[in-house]
Design a protein around this ligand. Structure first.
Ligand code: ATP
Ligand code: MG
Length: 345
Protein backbone atom coordinates (compact mmCIF):
# COMPACT_ATOMS: atom_id res chain seq x y z
CA UNK A 1 0.00 0.00 0.00
CA UNK A 2 1.35 3.39 -0.96
CA UNK A 3 2.29 5.16 2.24
CA UNK A 4 1.15 8.48 0.74
CA UNK A 5 -2.37 7.09 0.54
CA UNK A 6 -2.39 6.15 4.18
CA UNK A 7 -5.08 7.79 6.25
CA UNK A 8 -4.39 7.69 9.99
CA UNK A 9 -7.45 6.34 11.73
CA UNK A 10 -7.85 7.53 15.31
CA UNK A 11 -10.42 6.07 17.71
CA UNK A 12 -11.72 8.41 20.40
CA UNK A 13 -12.82 6.83 23.66
CA UNK A 14 -13.97 9.67 25.97
CA UNK A 15 -15.08 7.22 28.72
CA UNK A 16 -16.44 8.39 32.07
CA UNK A 17 -16.54 11.30 34.49
CA UNK A 18 -14.13 14.04 33.51
CA UNK A 19 -13.04 11.97 30.48
CA UNK A 20 -15.68 13.29 28.05
CA UNK A 21 -15.22 16.85 29.37
CA UNK A 22 -11.50 16.92 28.63
CA UNK A 23 -11.94 14.95 25.39
CA UNK A 24 -14.30 17.68 24.12
CA UNK A 25 -11.31 20.08 24.29
CA UNK A 26 -8.93 17.69 22.50
CA UNK A 27 -11.22 16.59 19.68
CA UNK A 28 -11.14 19.98 17.85
CA UNK A 29 -7.34 19.60 17.62
CA UNK A 30 -7.86 16.68 15.25
CA UNK A 31 -10.03 18.84 13.01
CA UNK A 32 -7.36 21.56 13.21
CA UNK A 33 -4.61 19.09 12.18
CA UNK A 34 -6.77 17.89 9.30
CA UNK A 35 -7.35 21.47 8.13
CA UNK A 36 -3.55 21.81 8.03
CA UNK A 37 -3.33 18.87 5.64
CA UNK A 38 -2.80 15.88 7.94
CA UNK A 39 -4.62 12.87 6.59
CA UNK A 40 -6.66 11.55 9.48
CA UNK A 41 -10.05 10.15 10.25
CA UNK A 42 -11.53 10.13 13.76
CA UNK A 43 -14.27 7.89 15.09
CA UNK A 44 -15.85 8.16 18.52
CA UNK A 45 -16.55 4.96 20.46
CA UNK A 46 -19.04 4.72 23.34
CA UNK A 47 -17.32 2.35 25.78
CA UNK A 48 -17.51 3.30 29.42
CA UNK A 49 -19.81 3.15 32.42
CA UNK A 50 -22.96 4.47 30.69
CA UNK A 51 -22.61 1.92 27.92
CA UNK A 52 -21.88 -0.85 30.44
CA UNK A 53 -24.86 0.00 32.63
CA UNK A 54 -27.17 0.20 29.61
CA UNK A 55 -25.98 -2.94 27.78
CA UNK A 56 -23.81 -5.05 30.13
CA UNK A 57 -20.98 -4.73 27.59
CA UNK A 58 -17.54 -3.48 28.59
CA UNK A 59 -15.33 -3.75 25.49
CA UNK A 60 -16.89 -6.37 23.23
CA UNK A 61 -14.41 -8.73 21.58
CA UNK A 62 -15.45 -7.61 18.08
CA UNK A 63 -14.90 -3.95 19.01
CA UNK A 64 -11.50 -4.81 20.46
CA UNK A 65 -10.49 -6.67 17.28
CA UNK A 66 -11.72 -3.75 15.19
CA UNK A 67 -9.64 -1.31 17.21
CA UNK A 68 -6.60 -3.58 16.95
CA UNK A 69 -6.77 -4.20 13.21
CA UNK A 70 -8.50 -1.19 11.66
CA UNK A 71 -7.22 1.79 13.65
CA UNK A 72 -3.76 3.31 14.01
CA UNK A 73 -4.16 5.08 17.32
CA UNK A 74 -6.46 5.64 20.29
CA UNK A 75 -7.15 8.90 22.05
CA UNK A 76 -8.48 7.97 25.47
CA UNK A 77 -10.15 10.10 28.18
CA UNK A 78 -10.62 8.10 31.38
CA UNK A 79 -12.73 5.24 32.71
CA UNK A 80 -13.99 4.75 36.25
CA UNK A 81 -17.40 5.47 37.72
CA UNK A 82 -18.75 5.20 41.27
CA UNK A 83 -21.88 3.44 39.86
CA UNK A 84 -19.62 0.47 38.97
CA UNK A 85 -18.10 -0.14 42.39
CA UNK A 86 -15.61 -2.90 41.59
CA UNK A 87 -14.25 -1.02 38.57
CA UNK A 88 -14.83 -4.06 36.41
CA UNK A 89 -15.66 -2.13 33.24
CA UNK A 90 -12.55 0.02 33.62
CA UNK A 91 -10.34 -3.05 33.84
CA UNK A 92 -12.02 -4.69 30.93
CA UNK A 93 -11.64 -1.62 28.76
CA UNK A 94 -8.36 0.10 29.58
CA UNK A 95 -6.36 -2.91 30.85
CA UNK A 96 -7.61 -4.95 27.92
CA UNK A 97 -6.32 -2.32 25.51
CA UNK A 98 -2.96 -1.88 27.25
CA UNK A 99 -2.33 -5.60 27.62
CA UNK A 100 -4.01 -6.85 24.45
CA UNK A 101 -2.28 -4.31 22.22
CA UNK A 102 1.00 -4.92 24.14
CA UNK A 103 1.42 -1.20 24.85
CA UNK A 104 4.52 -1.91 26.95
CA UNK A 105 5.86 1.63 27.17
CA UNK A 106 4.00 4.28 29.12
CA UNK A 107 5.79 7.61 28.63
CA UNK A 108 5.10 10.36 31.16
CA UNK A 109 7.03 13.57 30.60
CA UNK A 110 7.31 16.25 33.27
CA UNK A 111 8.09 19.73 31.96
CA UNK A 112 7.11 22.45 34.42
CA UNK A 113 6.26 25.74 32.73
CA UNK A 114 8.38 28.86 32.64
CA UNK A 115 7.68 30.99 35.68
CA UNK A 116 6.71 28.07 37.93
CA UNK A 117 8.76 26.89 40.88
CA UNK A 118 10.24 23.89 39.05
CA UNK A 119 10.78 25.63 35.68
CA UNK A 120 13.55 24.18 33.56
CA UNK A 121 13.10 20.64 34.82
CA UNK A 122 12.88 18.03 32.06
CA UNK A 123 12.17 14.65 33.56
CA UNK A 124 10.63 11.71 31.76
CA UNK A 125 9.26 8.53 33.31
CA UNK A 126 9.16 5.31 31.28
CA UNK A 127 6.69 3.07 33.10
CA UNK A 128 6.09 -0.54 32.11
CA UNK A 129 2.41 -0.67 31.31
CA UNK A 130 1.23 -4.27 30.94
CA UNK A 131 2.50 -6.44 33.78
CA UNK A 132 4.23 -6.18 37.17
CA UNK A 133 1.99 -6.03 40.21
CA UNK A 134 -1.11 -4.91 38.28
CA UNK A 135 -2.00 -7.89 36.16
CA UNK A 136 -2.36 -11.11 38.20
CA UNK A 137 -5.25 -11.91 40.52
CA UNK A 138 -4.04 -12.45 44.08
CA UNK A 139 -6.11 -14.07 46.79
CA UNK A 140 -7.42 -13.35 50.26
CA UNK A 141 -8.36 -15.50 53.19
CA UNK A 142 -9.16 -14.27 56.70
CA UNK A 143 -6.04 -12.72 58.17
CA UNK A 144 -3.91 -13.26 55.08
CA UNK A 145 -3.76 -11.72 51.60
CA UNK A 146 -1.52 -12.45 48.65
CA UNK A 147 -0.72 -10.23 45.67
CA UNK A 148 1.40 -11.43 42.80
CA UNK A 149 3.60 -9.71 40.25
CA UNK A 150 4.95 -10.99 36.95
CA UNK A 151 7.85 -9.60 34.93
CA UNK A 152 8.79 -11.02 31.54
CA UNK A 153 12.10 -10.45 29.83
CA UNK A 154 10.37 -9.42 26.59
CA UNK A 155 8.42 -6.54 28.13
CA UNK A 156 11.25 -5.45 30.42
CA UNK A 157 13.69 -5.35 27.50
CA UNK A 158 11.26 -3.38 25.30
CA UNK A 159 10.64 -0.84 28.05
CA UNK A 160 14.32 -0.41 28.88
CA UNK A 161 15.37 -0.25 25.23
CA UNK A 162 12.90 2.59 24.68
CA UNK A 163 14.28 4.37 27.77
CA UNK A 164 17.90 3.95 26.62
CA UNK A 165 17.06 5.25 23.13
CA UNK A 166 15.35 8.26 24.62
CA UNK A 167 18.21 9.05 27.04
CA UNK A 168 20.67 8.72 24.15
CA UNK A 169 18.61 11.05 21.95
CA UNK A 170 18.38 13.63 24.73
CA UNK A 171 21.97 13.16 25.90
CA UNK A 172 20.71 12.81 29.47
CA UNK A 173 21.04 10.37 32.35
CA UNK A 174 18.97 7.20 32.72
CA UNK A 175 18.02 5.87 36.14
CA UNK A 176 16.38 2.50 36.75
CA UNK A 177 14.16 2.49 39.85
CA UNK A 178 14.15 -0.93 41.50
CA UNK A 179 14.18 -2.86 44.77
CA UNK A 180 16.23 -5.83 43.60
CA UNK A 181 17.68 -6.12 47.11
CA UNK A 182 14.32 -7.44 48.36
CA UNK A 183 12.33 -8.28 45.21
CA UNK A 184 15.06 -10.65 44.11
CA UNK A 185 13.21 -12.42 41.33
CA UNK A 186 11.25 -9.72 39.51
CA UNK A 187 13.52 -6.76 40.07
CA UNK A 188 16.51 -9.07 39.75
CA UNK A 189 15.36 -9.67 36.18
CA UNK A 190 15.02 -5.91 35.60
CA UNK A 191 18.54 -5.33 36.88
CA UNK A 192 20.06 -8.06 34.68
CA UNK A 193 18.41 -6.73 31.52
CA UNK A 194 19.40 -3.18 32.51
CA UNK A 195 23.06 -4.18 32.91
CA UNK A 196 22.90 -5.94 29.55
CA UNK A 197 21.61 -2.84 27.78
CA UNK A 198 24.02 -0.58 29.61
CA UNK A 199 26.87 -2.58 28.08
CA UNK A 200 25.27 -2.10 24.66
CA UNK A 201 24.84 1.69 25.21
CA UNK A 202 28.06 2.83 26.89
CA UNK A 203 27.36 6.42 25.75
CA UNK A 204 24.33 6.69 28.06
CA UNK A 205 25.12 7.57 31.69
CA UNK A 206 22.91 4.92 33.31
CA UNK A 207 22.59 3.58 36.81
CA UNK A 208 20.19 1.60 38.94
CA UNK A 209 18.87 3.09 42.16
CA UNK A 210 16.80 1.68 44.99
CA UNK A 211 13.35 3.20 44.56
CA UNK A 212 13.13 4.47 48.15
CA UNK A 213 16.42 6.34 47.83
CA UNK A 214 15.32 7.61 44.41
CA UNK A 215 12.10 9.13 45.80
CA UNK A 216 14.11 10.84 48.52
CA UNK A 217 16.60 12.22 45.97
CA UNK A 218 13.78 13.38 43.66
CA UNK A 219 12.09 15.38 46.40
CA UNK A 220 15.40 16.95 47.44
CA UNK A 221 16.56 17.84 43.92
CA UNK A 222 15.06 16.42 40.71
CA UNK A 223 17.38 18.40 38.39
CA UNK A 224 20.05 15.69 37.88
CA UNK A 225 17.47 13.20 36.59
CA UNK A 226 16.68 12.93 32.89
CA UNK A 227 14.93 9.64 32.13
CA UNK A 228 13.65 7.32 34.87
CA UNK A 229 12.61 3.75 33.99
CA UNK A 230 10.48 1.65 36.32
CA UNK A 231 8.11 -1.27 36.52
CA UNK A 232 4.35 -0.72 36.57
CA UNK A 233 3.97 -0.22 40.32
CA UNK A 234 7.02 1.95 40.98
CA UNK A 235 6.37 3.89 37.77
CA UNK A 236 2.86 4.67 39.02
CA UNK A 237 4.21 6.18 42.24
CA UNK A 238 7.12 8.04 40.67
CA UNK A 239 5.06 9.56 37.86
CA UNK A 240 2.41 10.92 40.23
CA UNK A 241 5.23 12.61 42.12
CA UNK A 242 6.65 14.11 38.92
CA UNK A 243 3.13 15.19 37.88
CA UNK A 244 3.03 17.23 41.09
CA UNK A 245 6.35 18.88 40.13
CA UNK A 246 4.80 20.05 36.87
CA UNK A 247 1.60 21.57 38.24
CA UNK A 248 -0.60 18.69 39.34
CA UNK A 249 -2.66 15.81 38.05
CA UNK A 250 -4.71 17.94 35.67
CA UNK A 251 -1.73 18.92 33.53
CA UNK A 252 0.17 15.62 33.14
CA UNK A 253 0.08 13.89 29.73
CA UNK A 254 1.01 10.34 28.78
CA UNK A 255 1.56 8.21 25.71
CA UNK A 256 1.62 4.41 25.59
CA UNK A 257 3.01 2.46 22.68
CA UNK A 258 4.11 -0.95 21.47
CA UNK A 259 7.69 -0.54 20.20
CA UNK A 260 7.56 -3.94 18.45
CA UNK A 261 4.33 -2.98 16.62
CA UNK A 262 2.55 -6.34 16.87
CA UNK A 263 -0.71 -4.82 15.56
CA UNK A 264 -1.82 -1.96 13.36
CA UNK A 265 -3.00 -0.07 16.44
CA UNK A 266 0.20 0.51 18.41
CA UNK A 267 -0.30 3.75 20.33
CA UNK A 268 -2.72 5.21 22.90
CA UNK A 269 -2.67 8.75 24.28
CA UNK A 270 -4.38 9.56 27.60
CA UNK A 271 -3.95 12.02 30.45
CA UNK A 272 -2.27 10.65 33.58
CA UNK A 273 -5.35 11.44 35.65
CA UNK A 274 -8.41 9.24 35.97
CA UNK A 275 -12.10 10.03 35.69
CA UNK A 276 -11.95 12.37 38.72
CA UNK A 277 -15.46 11.56 39.96
CA UNK A 278 -15.14 14.20 42.70
CA UNK A 279 -15.12 17.04 40.15
CA UNK A 280 -16.79 15.42 37.12
CA UNK A 281 -19.68 17.10 35.34
CA UNK A 282 -19.03 20.57 36.74
CA UNK A 283 -16.68 22.03 34.15
CA UNK A 284 -13.88 21.96 36.72
CA UNK A 285 -11.50 19.51 35.04
CA UNK A 286 -8.31 20.92 33.61
CA UNK A 287 -8.07 19.91 29.93
CA UNK A 288 -4.30 20.52 29.72
CA UNK A 289 -3.29 16.90 30.45
CA UNK A 290 -5.59 15.66 27.70
CA UNK A 291 -4.47 18.34 25.24
CA UNK A 292 -0.77 17.69 25.87
CA UNK A 293 -1.43 13.95 25.44
CA UNK A 294 -2.87 14.77 22.01
CA UNK A 295 0.35 16.65 21.23
CA UNK A 296 2.38 13.56 22.21
CA UNK A 297 0.24 11.51 19.83
CA UNK A 298 0.82 14.01 17.00
CA UNK A 299 4.58 13.75 17.58
CA UNK A 300 4.44 9.94 17.59
CA UNK A 301 2.59 10.06 14.27
CA UNK A 302 5.37 12.22 12.83
CA UNK A 303 3.36 15.45 12.97
CA UNK A 304 6.06 17.40 14.78
CA UNK A 305 4.95 20.90 13.72
CA UNK A 306 1.43 20.27 15.02
CA UNK A 307 2.76 18.69 18.25
CA UNK A 308 4.97 21.68 18.92
CA UNK A 309 2.24 24.19 18.02
CA UNK A 310 -0.15 22.60 20.53
CA UNK A 311 2.53 22.54 23.27
CA UNK A 312 3.39 26.17 22.57
CA UNK A 313 -0.29 27.15 22.64
CA UNK A 314 -0.65 25.56 26.10
CA UNK A 315 2.49 27.32 27.36
CA UNK A 316 1.37 30.68 25.95
CA UNK A 317 -2.10 30.33 27.49
CA UNK A 318 -0.66 29.57 30.92
CA UNK A 319 1.88 32.41 30.58
CA UNK A 320 -1.07 34.75 29.94
CA UNK A 321 -2.39 33.69 33.34
CA UNK A 322 -5.33 31.57 32.15
CA UNK A 323 -6.01 28.86 34.75
CA UNK A 324 -8.62 26.33 35.74
CA UNK A 325 -9.48 26.10 39.44
CA UNK A 326 -7.02 23.28 40.23
CA UNK A 327 -4.26 25.82 39.41
CA UNK A 328 -5.94 28.63 41.33
CA UNK A 329 -7.84 30.22 38.43
CA UNK A 330 -11.50 30.48 37.55
CA UNK A 331 -11.79 29.26 33.94
CA UNK A 332 -14.03 26.31 33.15
CA UNK A 333 -12.83 23.29 31.21
CA UNK A 334 -14.37 24.69 28.02
CA UNK A 335 -13.01 28.21 28.52
CA UNK A 336 -9.51 26.85 29.06
CA UNK A 337 -9.75 24.68 25.94
CA UNK A 338 -10.95 27.65 23.89
CA UNK A 339 -8.17 29.88 25.22
CA UNK A 340 -5.60 27.30 24.17
CA UNK A 341 -7.08 26.87 20.69
CA UNK A 342 -7.07 30.63 20.18
CA UNK A 343 -3.26 30.50 20.46
CA UNK A 344 -2.92 27.97 17.63
CA UNK A 345 -1.50 29.11 14.30
P1 ATP B 1 -9.88 6.84 38.66
O1 ATP B 1 -10.41 5.79 39.53
O2 ATP B 1 -10.60 6.99 37.36
O3 ATP B 1 -8.36 6.81 38.49
P2 ATP B 1 -9.54 8.64 40.83
O4 ATP B 1 -10.58 8.66 41.87
O5 ATP B 1 -8.26 7.94 41.08
O6 ATP B 1 -10.17 8.20 39.43
P3 ATP B 1 -8.17 10.74 39.53
O7 ATP B 1 -8.93 11.03 38.34
O8 ATP B 1 -6.92 9.98 39.37
O9 ATP B 1 -9.18 10.14 40.56
O10 ATP B 1 -7.91 12.10 40.30
C1 ATP B 1 -7.18 12.23 41.51
C2 ATP B 1 -7.37 13.65 42.02
O11 ATP B 1 -6.91 14.60 41.03
C3 ATP B 1 -8.83 13.98 42.27
O12 ATP B 1 -8.94 14.79 43.43
C4 ATP B 1 -9.25 14.78 41.07
O13 ATP B 1 -10.25 15.70 41.32
C5 ATP B 1 -7.98 15.47 40.63
N1 ATP B 1 -7.98 15.58 39.17
C6 ATP B 1 -7.93 14.56 38.30
N2 ATP B 1 -8.01 14.99 37.05
C7 ATP B 1 -8.11 16.32 37.10
C8 ATP B 1 -8.22 17.34 36.11
N3 ATP B 1 -8.24 17.06 34.79
N4 ATP B 1 -8.31 18.61 36.52
C9 ATP B 1 -8.29 18.91 37.82
N5 ATP B 1 -8.19 18.01 38.80
C10 ATP B 1 -8.09 16.71 38.46
MG1 MG C 1 -6.52 7.33 39.92
Amino acid sequence: QDILDHITRIALIPGDGAGPEVMAEAEPLLEWARARGRRLEAERLPYGADHFLATGETLPEAAYADLRDRFDAILFGAVGDPRVPDGRHAEEILLRLRQGLELTVNFRPCRPLPGTRMAGLHLEVFRENTEGAYCLQGSSEPGRAVDLAVHTEGAVRRLLEAAFLRARARGCTLTLAHKANVLKHGHGLWLRVFQDLRAAHPEVPARGMHADALLCALVQDPAPFGVIAADNYLGDLISDLTAAFAGGMGTAPSLSWAPHRPFRCAVLAEPVHGSAPDIAGQGLANPVGMILSTALLFRHLGWETEARAVEEAVAATLRDGARTSDLGGNLSTGEMGTAIREQLP
